[in-house]
Design a protein. Structure first.
Length: 151
């Protein structure tokens, strides 16, 4: 297989993007912990959000992904707005937790979102996980608890 096809198949892999997300999330915790040392955590979240907005706008512009407002359904807008609100509240809480606690303890508790996603996806989206997958979800929960409270 030519290199260009290998690269193309790698960049269309959800696993690659999920691992990159995890790496950037880890950097987020470390950078944010230092960033909130001398300012209010809510203001730090605002600065972070403005940076994300600028990056997202640049990517959408560069890829030509802009759509007319009417091309998006009201249902899509509703759920994206709800997702954005949840993200905003999550970030505000995360930065407040980082301001008050150690990054190495805050981040694992924050990652309990993985456990909650599995539960919510099963309840609300009808997604099914195998017994082995549920065991993994339980281990994630146990690991987060051990890291956060294990002293």
């Amino acid at each position: 297989m030519p290199l260009s096809q290998k690269v193309g198949s790698m960049t269309s892999s959800w696993q690659l993007w999920a691992l990159l997300s995890a790496g950037f999330a880890a950097l987020t915790a470390v950078f944010a912990k230092v960033g909130v040392e001398n300012i209010n955590s809510d203001y730090a979240t605002l600065i972070r959000t403005l940076v994300i907005l600028a990056i997202a706008a640049a990517i959408v512009s560069a890829t030509g992904a802009w759509k007319p407002a009417g091309a998006v359904s009201p249902r899509t807008y509703l759920f994206l707005i709800l997702s954005g609100a949840a993200t905003g509240f999550s970030w505000l809480c995360y930065f407040r937790a980082l301001k008050l606690g150690d990054a190495a303890r805050v981040a694992p508790l924050d990652k309990l979102s993985v456990v909650l996603v599995a539960v919510f996806a099963a309840i609300f989206l009808g997604e099914r996980l195998s017994g082995v997958s549920w065991a993994g979800v339980a281990l994630i929960a146990a690991g987060a608890a051990l890291v956060a409270y294990g002293d």
